[in-house]
Every structure is written in C-alpha cells, then in structure tokens.
Design a protein around this ligand. Structure first.
Ligand code: ADP
Length: 537
C-alpha cells in the first residue's frame, strides 16, 4: 500500500546516534577497582563506541562474529554494548561467576572470536584460556600491571581507529548480543538477542510504568552487565539520555550507598541479596545516608520479600518488583501500582506489590493449567507462558533437544503462577530443577550427577533451602553405599574439584533413600517438605 510509513530498521546504531547527538553533556561515572571515580560524558562514550566499532571492523570482524566480554559494570563495558553490535558483531557477555570448565564450554559453543577482559579478571581467564582459542584478546587496564604475553591493550585497539567509521548495513533481525543461561539438564543454553528485540525492549523499559526513565534521571545498575543485559538498564539509559553510574567490582553496601548518595541516583536495580544489607544500613543509620526522595529500587531475579518492599516504602522510596528471564531480553513484568491501588487497603497494596507485576507492553502472557488455559482469577495455578518481540524462539545451536516452546509458539517459562484480574502475576513455584543463589543459578541436576559419580554414593538429590541472604542455598540429600564412610566435608571436598565454591551445598544430609514417584522419578517435593524447616546461615 502506498502512503504508509518508511520501512525503517530498528537497530542499535539509531540509539547510539540519538544519544551522541542530543545528550553529549550527560555524564557516565565508573568506580575503578582501586575505588577511584572516573567520569566522562556521553560525547566521549559516543566517540569511543564508534572507535571500537571501527577498530573491530579493521581487525576483520565479520557480520555475526561473536565478541566475548569478561568485565564488571563500567563505562568501557557500555562502549562494548554499543561498539560491538554497531559493527555488526554479537556481544557475548560472559558470566564471571561460572566455573572455568563452564566458561570454556560456553566460549567454544558460541565460537567467540575476540575477547575483551578486565585486567583484574585475568586470573579467571587463566583458568580456561588453554581450553579456548580467541584470535585476539584485549585487556581493559585499570591498573599498571604489564600486559600478559600475547594480549593487547583495549586503549590501543581504540586508537587504531582512524575516525572514518561508517555503520555497516544491519538488518533489524540480526543478532546483536548473546547470553548463556543455566540448563536444568545438560549444558548451558545460549540466547541470541536481535537488534529489533533490544530496541523494542529498550523503548518499553523506559515508559513510566516500567522503569520510567527520562534525561533527568540517574541510574545505577547493580545487576551485572554480564547477566541478562543488566535488565536492559544501561541501554535504556543511553536511549533516554539519563546519567549512568557503574560500581565496577565494588558492590558491598557501603560502596553502593556512597554512590547512590553522592551521584544523586534516582533509579537502581539488583537482586534481593544486594538490598538486604542496604535496607539494614538505612534502618540503622537513617541520618547517615541522604538518598533522593522517591528513589526507585528495581528488585528482581528472585522474589522481592514483602517486608523489604514495606521497609523501602517506609523510608520514602519506591520498589519496582521486576520479573524476567535471560530468554526474555530480559524483562517480562513490573510491579507498579495501577489505579485500582487507590481503593485498596495498605496491606492489600503491599501484597500486590510483592507479586511479580503486570506484563510490559508487547509481552503477552497466558497460564497453562492442567486443564488447559487458566483464568486470571488470582487463584488458578499453571505454568506461565509468554510471547513477544523480545522473547527467544529457540536456543542457539542446542546440543540436546530442548522443549521450552509450545507447538503454537509460546515460550514455557518454567515458573508456576497465578494471575489476578488486574493482570498481576504471582509466582508460586518453579518447575525447573534449579536453585537460585544470590541471583545466579545452581543446577541441582549437575550437582546430583557429580555426587552419584562418587564410588561411595548410591544416590543423591539436591534441593533448595531458604536462606536469608542468598534467598536459596543447596542442600544435598545423599544415600551412601553400604559400609561407606563419608562425612559432609568429604562430600563438599569431592564436589569442589568440579564446581565453583558457591555451588557447593551448604549442608549434606545422609538419608536412607531418595523418595520416588510412581514412575520412579526422584520426588523432590517430598524432600523439600521433609527438610522445610532447614536453614543455613
Ligand atoms: P534474571 O535473574 O535476570 O531474572 P534468569 O534467566 O537468570 O534471569 O532467571 C529467570 C528466572 O528467575 C525466572 O524464570 C524466575 O524463576 C526467577 N525470577 C526472576 N525474577 C523473579 C522475581 N521477581 N520473583 C521470583 N522469581 C524470579
């Protein structure tokens, strides 16, 4: 049909150009490993992101090539967020909390061609470097240590650019980034984000009832940039021209509070584990920290406890409870007060805010119960299924068959929910056999398989137990072979050869047998009930 609008691609260069031209004076602040504060402007960020894009093209980057990053949250990482995709590459953020074997698997599976790594994270790279083959490795140097053999300085890469950068043609459906998520069974699974998906997510995240960002805001994402695009916060702030503050490696509550206060932050975001000590400190010394009135705390990754929401509210701050997934770019819902709140009691309001929220524009949700589609009545439970323009339709080259999508194209979240008549989703359970500790996943199945590889262990089941700080921690229920003599410490020691330290079960219980369902599967629910009073600290 004639007389319609342009067929204009939704790609990241449009956001970078907009930010560079309109918000050049806006500030980006990063805390370095030595705790010093580095400041520069959007104009610097714009120039350097384009330099990075040009230098990567000079280095031979081809459309769709993966560039791995092993970095904290800082300005250079933001340059990579834009420089890599604006060169037609795919930014692959590596989760620095993973075990070396898992990182090696992920880098090889994604076929990362280049790597950009922080100098203080080089010891992590050392752990898996021999098992991967990056063509070139660039180091972001905050300290003065000499570069390891064969590695190059990120700054030298940038200065190699001649300033003649022209954006390559990029289709909006092309991948711009990727991220791996833990597999319940099997290996980690890759999710590739499209330019179009990220642009639409960015636009949607900015609206008043999601993050509500404007150029007068200042954001501080504590959620790591290696975890699910830092919930879209950095990219959204670039689009809206908001001031951006990064913590670098310093995420302890004093450092965070210092930055929230000194930089006049208006919106921050992180998992409940990060906020617990912050709430404590604010309650203990209310006079010490002068945060902006009405400041927004986005809490997600695990359920925000109602008590935390009440505490923040009492102190004059707003909580935005967010739910999302790596497979969803990642935000799906946010807990914001609808007009219906005005006629609710305070208790009802808090109970509603403790739910996971209402879907973002463009995110479609449905509940699939045992008897088909379930109503939005706040009672009927079922699996939450979603679809939308930033939700993955498959995993990246999966090694094993994965059935996370329904035949009619909806993504199965593995979260069990109710939805009330106002559209607020409440997560009541999880079908995925994973444990979420401090915002990062532990695969119970992987730990069980390793345990069952021990000659003195007959069988084992690993379940989540509630933990005040980490939200969940693993408890290993172990059945020993006859005449075996293993202590809990022996079990943990055995696992420590294979897993990162934070994956090790906090407690090991020796039991006579693992309860089974009628079909012979482990009945973890029975174990969860048996050990429901278990707490570790
Ligand atoms: P992220 O941690 O950024 O949300 P992940 O892909 O690592 O992304 O984890 C997604 C899963 O985490 C969800 O399917 C859900 O089980 C859990 N989750 C995320 N946000 C919440 C929340 N607000 N409340 C409860 N569970 C959540």
């Amino acid at each position: 049909m004639r007389g319609t609008i342009m067929d204009y691609p939704l790609t990241l260069p449009t956001i970078l150009e907009h930010a560079g031209r309109l918000h050049g004076d806006q500030e980006i602040v990063s805390r370095h490993p030595d705790k010093s504060i580095h400041r520069y402007t959007f104009a610097d960020f714009y120039r350097r992101s384009r330099q990075l894009a040009e230098a990567l093209l000079q280095a031979g980057l081809k459309p769709g090539d993966r560039v791995g990053t092993l970095c904290w949250n800082h300005a250079e990482h933001l340059e990579m967020y834009f420089g890599v995709p604006c060169a037609g590459g795919v930014l692959h953020t590596l989760n620095l909390r993973l075990h070396a074997d898992e990182l090696a698997y992920i880098v090889n599976h994604a076929d990362d061609r280049f790597l950009i790594v922080d100098d203080d994270l080089l010891p992590i790279l050392e752990g898996f470097k021999e098992k991967v083959s990056f063509e070139r490795i660039f180091v972001v140097r905050h300290g003065n240590d000499p570069l390891p053999e064969g590695m190059e300085d990120y700054e030298d890469l940038l200065t190699a650019a001649e300033g003649t950068f022209v954006y390559p043609e990029i289709e909006e459906t092309a991948a711009c980034g990727m991220c791996y998520t833990s597999g319940t069974t099997g290996r980690p699974k890759g999710v590739a984000y499209s330019h179009r998906g990220v642009v639409l997510h960015t636009l949607s995240a900015a609206v008043p009832d999601v993050f509500g960002l404007s150029m007068r805001d200042c954001i501080l994402p504590i959620v790591p940039m290696f975890h699910a695009n830092a919930w879209g916060m950095p990219t959204t702030a670039v689009m809206t021209g908001s001031k951006i503050v990064f913590t670098g490696p310093h995420m302890d509550h004093e450092s965070v509070l210092e930055l929230l206060e000194s930089e006049n932050v208006t919106l921050t975001g992180g998992v409940p584990t990060v906020w617990l000590p912050v709430v404590d400190a604010l309650k203990k010394e209310p006079e010490r920290w002068k945060l902006k009135k009405g400041m927004k705390f986005v809490i997600g990754g695990s359920a925000a406890p109602e008590a935390m929401i009440r505490d923040f509210d009492n102190m004059g701050y707003q909580v935005i409870h967010a739910w999302g997934m790596t497979e969803m770019t990642p935000i799906g819902t946010t807990g914001v007060p609808k007009p219906a709140f005005d006629s609710m009691s305070k208790d009802e309001q808090f109970a509603t805010l403790a739910k996971q929220g209402i879907p973002l524009p463009f995110v479609e949700i449905r509940i699939m119960g045992d008897d088909g589609l379930a109503p939005w009545d706040g009672n009927t439970m079922g699996e939450l299924q979603v679809r939308g323009p930033w939700i993955a339709d498959s995993y990246y080259n999966p090694d094993d068959p994965i059935f996370s999508w329904t035949e009619d194209g909806w993504f199965r979240t593995g979260d069990v929910v109710t939805v009330d008549k106002e559209g607020y989703v409440k997560i009541t359970d999880r079908t995925k056999d994973l444990i979420k500790s401090g915002g990062e996943w532990i695969s119970s199945v992987d730990v069980e398989n390793a345990l069952m590889g021990h000659p003195q262990i007959k069988e084992a089941a690993v379940i989540a137990m509630p933990h005040e700080k980490w939200v969940e921690r693993p408890l290993a229920c172990v059945v020993l072979e006859e005449n075996a003599a293993l202590s809990p410490d022996d079990v943990r020691e055995f696992l420590s050869q294979k897993f990162a330290k934070w994956w090790l079960p906090d407690a090991v219980e020796f039991i006579d047998e693992v309860p089974r369902t009628s079909t012979g599967k482990f009945q973890k629910l029975a174990l969860r009930e048996r050990f429901s009073a278990y707490r570790s600290n």
